[in-house]
Each structure stands twice: as structure tokens, then as C-alpha cells.
Design a binder for this molecule. Structure first.
Ligand code: B3K
Ligand code: ZN
Length: 874
């Protein structure tokens, strides 16, 4: 496969002003008639170059120029390109293609999912529908006529407004849609199916009435309310916080079961993975409710950050994704608990994005090259990209940031632009110089900050020295220092916040401030201190960096209970737990666990005056994945064992407190997804899980009772998970069986049922995983099922996946090869755990590498998997 480079970017030679589509949908295929109004791009120096259109898996039926059929020889069909050698300056091109949506297992372009037709065009799926200049800087107005059998496909949808509908012969009908906004073809969407419609309405700030519609399969009709409410909250929030109103008269959401990712922001017609939009108290967990709210918001926010202003090319993907993730995280933060949201974002970043940034696929937020763009929908583009925008927000402050986003939207409305245009708007609006800051887009790798300090008691001066270094990543060495906002505070011995008085300060000094790091090493002096303070570093995780500072356990315990910054309280607890667990790795079973950890957790569990949402987070021990990420030569079974020993030690020591905590947080009153109730359920389910880790009989009874009587999925699944992860084998079998029987007709719940088992070290050993793949509810064609078994096993059941005999690796390699033929995007995603082979102790890494080599040697490897595997082995 070819590598595409950013430096080779050229403006398109031809533009397409309008696209007129006619889809004839049948059971054995679809005929697509496409008429493009094409003209030479005045900004291109390509002159009278041949017209080149992209294509993929198309059967070309005819080509006509200005209505005249082109003779053989006047055009060339190379499969991936349709080339018309000589074209006038301006013309209409009509292309007719035949495609087979019913056989499309890649789920790119037009395909069928549980009987309905749907599309996924980002990034390069439109070329699987018809020949077209499939690149985001070609923006066109689309008119789409869909024809299909009326009884099988009563609902026919596309972007924009429905302008015409009518009957056709043979029981067929048609609907024509018109989207007044020019858009890149990756935002095109079509849906045809037998769907129920849920309607609602929203009145914008300027008084426009918007029709809100959700389309779902009839069995899901009762699972739409939460998404609809989330949508309305998102629309209001984007007006209030960004001054952005919705622009079309209709906003539609469709749920489909077979979908490669979470959802897609097609203009006016968002398409969602069912699991990211459908919810009811009985079937969705708190986590799912929150996820749905965030994804609905994310896709809605794309209407401005992505659709109205889009990307010039796919190297700029983070322009829309980083910014939109930042926007949705601000939204979630405003809707729930800001500290908890920040903890969740930082956890994802530190666990998974840092791992990506330290692995063979590391790439900058704005990559310089790729082979397959689908492989670049990554945590770096999305989450680190969002952190980069967040740092701009921190550096500018909310007012100037808003000025910057207003300028960005106003300046670039209707355009396809670059991340640099975004930064420029922020600079122009604020007057700040962000030239060094731009390195965040160009340099890959996670900066490491080494912090040291000393206290000059005579002068009352506390010196903080911060050195930054960015590790080498594939193709990038010798990196320059970056511009890093570093938030901090200093605490006195009673836990009071001390003034942060720099030498230049006059008047009152703040107790919380943001230092701006720009040098490889710099020292900050804080004056007027009577005693050596305890530093609270990188508050709110103000930059996506690693911080090393020689904290003592005493200092961490102190910060855990005194830091006014909730995020850093949590962080101190995590660092302490990491330190304790790490010190136990490879030690004899009876090695003592630091009793101070028990005391600290006892305090957390028992003191109900603490912020319970924060406590719920603080009680989660650092995950195995995070512990692996922190080590250089990971021995996973040893990490697993050390972590489990700490957990069991805490559970035994705090057994009575756990029971009390469980009872105190038992829900009373009607179920609601509020921060308070979420925290209560999280606490009671954590208590339950811990009690079952130590085979506590009372815990077992509580779990069984909760499983039977729960009125919501969070508690039902919490009990199920606790029992599945326990040694009570009979109970495990019984609750799994009962759960399945009750929910077997609900795919979203069955996915949960699969993943609870696949992620469990008790229920998810390899033979059991293989049995799950044979289960009648498993479906190789459904990405959610694949993720819930294979993805959960390799990504969450780490001790089983990293079995010393290498069987977990072989298993994954086998499944990747199997999926590569049908769905390369999903196959390439599944490879990820193996790509990290260098992180593991030699006995493991050698076997992981061998598994990668087996994938590499498969014949007919897709470009997607090829890129990931070859880069990992390089
Ligand atoms: N923009 C889509 C992702 C498309 C992925 C294509 N492989 C969803 C989102 O980020 O909103
Ligand atoms: Zn997005």
C-alpha cells in the first residue's frame, strides 16, 4: 500500500457544485445515478488536467458528459479511479453504477443492517457508492432521490429537507431530499427501512422551530427519550456557550445495529450505533446513559465544528474531532460533575492515549502521513486533540477563547480548513502568540515533566524546577520544548492554600495559578513562605503530560485529604495506590500492605460528608491497563496478582465498612441519572464487588438479592458482574443464565452480557471465550458483538489475554485474520493490544511479536491491517 503525505497536498483540480443522485434500491443490489456539475478550480494550476474520480468496488454501467454517452476509450475505469482524459472547463458528468449493499460487510458506503439500507461515508466510503472526488475540500450541494419498495422501506431519508415524494409502479415509491448547505461527500447519508418515527420539537434562541425526529426499529420505540432529551440539551447548550444555532429545519437521528463506530454526524441526518443512542432504565446502565448523552451532543456539535467548517484534508481530522470532543466534554462537565468528568477524561488519556503515544502507531495530533485514514481515528486525534484545544482554553481564558471560536466560525463558515487556521483564529482574537504552542500539533509523544523543588527557609523561598522532555517516536527525534500550561497550588501543613507569590508579583497573590512552561528547564520561585509547602502539581490535569515528582507516601496521603483541587485529591490517591501495588509486584504472597492505605480508604468509605461522586472515583483502584502503561517491562500476571492482593487486603480490612457503605447507598426513590444517584450506585456496587472478592457470605446474599430485585440495569449488572467475578461458581452460572433468558431479545443487553464474561478472569478464560463465539447470539458481522467478546477479552481481561503460554495472542491473531476479509476496519482495531508488544517482559513480547508476524503473513491482507502490523513490527 501507498503512503499519503500531507506535504503532497494540492487543491482539487475540479470542483463539484451540485450533485444530483438517484438511488434505485433493490434486494439484489442498487443502481446509483449521479450527475455532477463540475468546473475547473480557479485556484488550481492543474489546467486542463484529466478528471479523476475515486471509486471502490463499483460496477460502472455508463458515463455521459453533458448528456452525451461517452464512448469506450473516452474514459478509463481503473477500479479505484474513473478517469476522463479530456473535459471542458465546465460540464455535467453523469455516472451510473451498480453496487451490492446486501453483500457489503465492510460497513463502508451503502450497506444493509437488520433489513434496512444505511450509509457510512466518512472517511472514504462515498467512493463505494459512486465515482466522485472523494476528499473533504470538494463541497457540493446534494439533491437525492431514493426509490424503493414501499412496504419494505416506507421510510426513505437523506440530508436536508424532503421536497418531493410519490408513488411508482410495482409498489415502489420515492422521496427526494435537498440539502441547501454545500458539504463534502463524507457527510452524505441515506437510510431506507421500516422504522418508527419519534417526533419532538425545539425552538432556537432566534425563534426558529426545528423538527426533531428519531427513527428506530419498532422494538426500540420506547428507548428514544433519553437521546431526544440529550439532543435538546445539546442544542440549548451550544447556543448558550458557543452562540451556535442549528441551521436546517429538520434534525434526524437513526439507530442502526451494525455500525463500525459510535455514530456519524451526517448533515441533518445523524446515524448512530444502536448501543450509543437507545436507552431505558431497564436496559441501560448509568454509564450508557452518560455515554449516549455525550455522543448525541458530540454529533450534534459537529454541525458547526465539522460540517459548517470542515477539514481541508484528512490530516486535519483533529480540527473537527479534537475540537468537538473538547466541546462535548465541556457539555458533559456542565451537565454532571466537572471533577468526575475530568477524572474520566484524564484516566482515558493516561491509560490509553499515552500508551498509543508511546507505541509504534504514535503520531502527532496532525499526522504527516498515513496509509489508511481509518486507522487514524485514534485517541491521539480525538482525546489528545481535545486536550490541545483545552490548553488553548486554559491559556486564553473563557472569554478570549469564545472570541476566538466566534472568529473561527465566522471566518471559515462554509470552508474546508486546517488546524492551523483554527490556531490562527485563536491568536487573532486574543492577541496571544501561539507559535510555540503549535508544536502540540506537530510533535508526537507524551511530554515528561521532571519536577524537583527545594525550600530556602532563611529567605522563605520555595523553588520549583520543571524540566520537560518529549520521547522519540517513530520517525521523530530531537523534539523541541512545548508550550505547556501547568496549573498548581501549594499547601501549608494544615492543608491551607498558600499564596503563590512570584518575584514579580505585586499585591495579593493567587492560591491557584497557571505557569506557562516554554523551556527545556525552568525554575519558578515562590516568595514569602514560612514553611516548606506540599505542592499540588498539574491541577485539573492542565496538560496531557506525565509528571514525575518524588512524592512521599505521607505527602500523597496529605493531598488525598486536603487538596482543594478535587482532581488532584483523586490523583494523589491513585499515585499512592500505584506506589503500593508496584511495591508488591513479584513479592511473596504474605508481604504486608501499607496500613496507611487501609486507613485512607477507611476514611473515604466511612465519611459520608465527603463528595460522594469523588469518593466513588477514589475507590477505584488503578486499572491493570494503567499499571501496565506505567511499567517498562510488564509481567501482567504479576501485576494482576499484586493488584488483586491489595484489593483483597482492603476488602478484608474494611469488610464492615463496606457492608455499611452498601446499605447506606442503597437506592430509595425513583431511578434518575443524576450525579448523586450515579455516585450512590457506583459506591454500593463497588462495595458489593469488593465483598465478593473475599467470598463474603453476606455480600453474596446482598448481590443475589440485588440481582433479583433491581429496578435498573446499573444495579442488575453490578450484581451480575460481582457474582461473575467471584468464586461462587454455581451462582455465577445461574445469574448468567437468568440474565440471558430475560434479555435475549435485546441486542444491546446481550452485548453487555457477553462483555461481562469476556472481561472476567473467572468466566473469560480462553475455552469460555471460544464458547461465546459459538453462542447463537454471537454474530461475526456485527461489530458490537465482536467488540463485546474479542475486544473485551484482549482489552480488559488482561491476565487471561497475557497467559504465559501465548494462547491469548494466538487467539487474537486468528480472529483478526478471520475478520480481515469481511471487515478490515474492525480487524485493524482489534490488533491494537498486540501492537504494544515492546511494553512487556521478554517472554511475553516475543510471543506477541510472533502473533503479529502470523497476521502479517496472511495472504490478501487489507490495507488497514497491513499498516498497523507493519508499523508495529518495524
Ligand atoms: N466522525 C465520525 C467518525 C467516522 C469514523 C470513520 N472511520 C464520528 C465522530 O467522531 O463523530
Ligand atoms: Zn466526531
Amino acid at each position: 500500500p501507498q503512503t499519503i503525505y500531507l506535504r503532497d497536498y494540492r487543491v482539487p483540480a475540479y470542483l463539484v457544485d451540485t450533485v444530483d443522485l438517484r438511488f434505485e434500491l433493490f434486494e439484489d443490489g442498487a443502481r446509483v445515478h449521479s450527475t455532477l456539475a463540475v468546473r475547473r478550480n480557479p485556484e488550481s494550476d492543474a489546467g486542463a488536467a484529466p478528471l479523476e474520480l475515486d471509486g471502490d468496488s463499483l460496477v460502472l454501467e455508463s458515463v455521459a458528459l453533458n448528456g452525451q454517452a461517452l464512448a469506450e476509450g473516452a474514459f478509463e475505469d481503473r477500479g479505484d479511479k474513473l478517469i476522463v482524459a479530456s473535459v471542458p472547463e465546465q460540464f455535467d458528468l453523469t455516472v451510473v453504477t451498480w453496487i451490492e449493499p446486501q453483500n457489503n460487510t465492510r460497513l463502508e458506503g451503502l450497506y444493509k443492517s437488520s433489513g434496512m439500507f444505511c450509509t457510512q461515508c466518512e472517511a472514504e466510503g462515498f467512493r463505494c457508492i459512486t465515482f466522485f472526488p472523494d476528499r473533504p475540500d470538494v463541497m457540493s450541494r446534494f439533491r437525492t432521490r431514493i426509490e424503493a419498495d414501499r412496504s419494505a422501506y416506507p421510510v426513505l431519508l437523506s440530508n436536508g429537507n424532503d421536497v418531493e415524494r410519490g408513488e411508482l409502479a410495482d409498489g415502489r415509491h420515492f422521496v427526494t431530499w435537498e440539502d441547501p448547505f454545500p458539504k463534502p461527500c463524507y457527510l452524505f447519508a441515506l437510510v431506507a427501512g421500516d422504522l418508527v418515527e419519534k417526533r419532538d420539537a425545539y425552538t432556537t434562541g432566534s425563534g426558529r422551530e426545528i423538527d426533531l425526529r428519531m427513527y428506530v426499529e419498532p422494538r426500540n420505540a420506547e428507548k428514544c427519550d433519553h437521546a431526544m432529551d440529550s439532543l435538546k440539551r445539546s442544542m440549548r447548550w451550544d447556543e448558550e456557550v458557543y452562540g451556535r444555532e442549528y441551521d436546517l429545519d429538520i434534525f434526524m437521528i437513526v439507530a442502526v445495529d451494525d455500525f463500525n463506530m459510535g455514530a456519524m454526524e451526517n448533515k441533518g441526518l445523524n446515524i448512530f450505533n444502536s448501543s450509543c443512542v437507545l436507552a431505558s432504565q431497564d436496559t441501560a446502565t448509568d454509564l450508557a446513559f452518560q455515554r449516549i448523552e455525550a455522543i448525541v451532543a458530540h454529533e450534534y456539535f459537529h454541525n458547526w465544528s465539522g460540517n459548517r467548517v470542515t477539514c481541508r484534508d484528512w490530516f486535519q481530522l483533529s480540527l473537527k474531532e479534537g475540537f468537538t470532543v473538547f466541546r462535548d466534554s465541556q457539555f458533559s462537565s456542565d451537565m454532571g460533575s466537572p471533577t468526575v468528568k475530568r477524572i474520566e477524561d484524564a484516566t482515558l488519556l493516561r491509560t490509553a492515549q499515552f500508551a498509543e503515544d508511546g507505541g509504534p502507531m504514535a503520531h502527532p495530533v496532525r499526522p504527516a502521513s498515513y496509509m489508511e485514514i481509518s486507522n487514524f481515528y485514534t485517541l491521539t486525534i480525538y482525546e489528545k486533540g481535545a486536550e490541545v484545544v483545552r490548553m488553548i482554553h486554559t491559556l486564553l481564558g473563557p472569554e478570549l477563547f469564545r472570541k476566538g471560536s466566534d472568529l473561527y466560525f465566522q471566518r471559515h463558515d462554509g470552508q474546508a480548513v486546517t488546524t492551523d487556521d483554527f490556531v490562527k483564529a485563536m491568536e487573532d482574537a486574543s492577541g496571544r502568540d501561539l507559535s510555540q504552542f503549535r508544536l502540540w500539533y506537530e510533535q508526537a509523544g507524551t511530554p515528561v515533566l521532571n519536577v524537583s523543588d527545594d525550600f530556602d527557609a532563611d529567605q522563605g523561598v520555595y523553588r520549583l524546577t520543571i524540566a520537560q522532555a518529549i520521547p522519540d517516536t517513530p520517525g521523530q527525534t530531537g523534539k523541541k520544548p512545548q508550550h505547556i500550561p501547568f496549573a498548581l497550588g501549594l499547601l501549608g501543613s494544615k492543608g491551607e492554600s498558600l499564596p503563590l507569590r512570584l518575584a514579580a508579583d505585586q499585591g495579593d497573590a493567587p492560591t491557584d495559578r497557571v505557569l506557562e512552561l516554554t523551556q527545556a528547564e525552568e525554575t519558578f520561585e515562590f516568595h514569602g513562605l514560612a514553611e516548606r509547602p506540599v505542592p499540588s502539581l498539574l491541577r485539573q490535569f492542565s496538560a496531557p503530560v506525565r509528571v514525575h515528582y518524588p512524592w512521599t507516601r505521607e505527602q500523597l496521603l496529605f493531598l488525598m485529604s486536603h487538596d482543594p483541587d478535587g482532581f488532584n485529591r483523586w490523583d494523589a490517591g491513585q499515585r499512592l495506590a500505584v506506589d503500593v501495588i508496584q511495591s508488591l509486584i513479584g513479592t511473596p504472597k504474605d508481604t504486608a500492605v501499607d496500613s496507611r492505605l487501609v486507613t485512607a480508604y477507611r476514611h473515604l468509605i466511612s465519611d459520608s460528608s465527603l463528595d460522594q461522586a469523588l469518593v466513588a472515583k477514589m475507590l477505584q483502584l488503578p486499572s491493570e491497563a494503567y499499571l501496565i502503561e506505567l511499567s517498562d517491562s510488564a509481567d501482567v500476571p504479576a501485576i494482576h496478582d499484586a493488584r488483586e492482593r491489595v484489593l483483597k487486603h482492603l476488602a478484608i480490612a474494611l469488610r464492615n465498612e463496606l457492608v455499611a457503605c452498601y446499605r447506606r447507598n442503597l437506592e430509595s426513590g425513583a431511578y434518575a441519572v443524576t450525579p448523586d444517584q450515579i455516585a450512590r450506585r457506583s459506591l454500593s456496587n463497588t462495595a458489593l464487588a469488593w465483598l465478593l472478592q473475599i467470598n463474603d457470605e453476606e455480600g453474596r446474599e446482598l448481590a443475589l438479592r440485588q440481582f433479583r430485585s433491581a429496578d435498573n440495569m446499573t444495579d442488575r449488572l453490578g450484581a451480575l458482574r460481582a457474582l461473575v467475578n467471584s468464586d461462587y461458581e454455581d451462582d455465577r452460572a445461574q445469574v448468567l443464565e437468568a440474565f440471558y433468558e430475560r434479555f435475549r431479545d435485546d441486542p444491546q443487553v446481550v452485548e453487555q452480557w457477553f462483555s461481562v464474561q469476556a472481561a472476567s478472569d473467572r468466566a473469560g478464560q480462553l475455552p469460555q471465550i471460544r464458547a461465546l463465539l459459538e453462542h447463537s447470539a454471537f454474530d461475526w458481522k456485527n461489530p458490537n458483538k465482536v467488540r463485546s467478546v474479542i475486544g473485551a477479552f484482549a482489552g480488559q481481561n488482561l491476565a487471561a489475554f497475557h497467559h504465559p503460554d501465548g494462547s491469548g495472542y494466538d487467539f487474537l491473531a486468528e480472529q483478526v485474520c478471520r475478520l480481515d476479509d469481511s471487515n478490515p476496519q474492525i480487524a485493524a482495531r482489534l490488533v491494537t493490544p498486540l501492537t504494544r508488544w515492546k511494553k512487556f517482559a521478554p517472554a511475553y513480547s516475543e510471543r506477541m511479536k510472533a502473533a503479529l508476524e502470523r497476521i502479517r503473513d496472511k495472504t490478501g491482507l487489507s490495507r488497514d491491517v497491513y499498516e498497523v502490523v507493519h508499523k508495529s513490527l518495524a
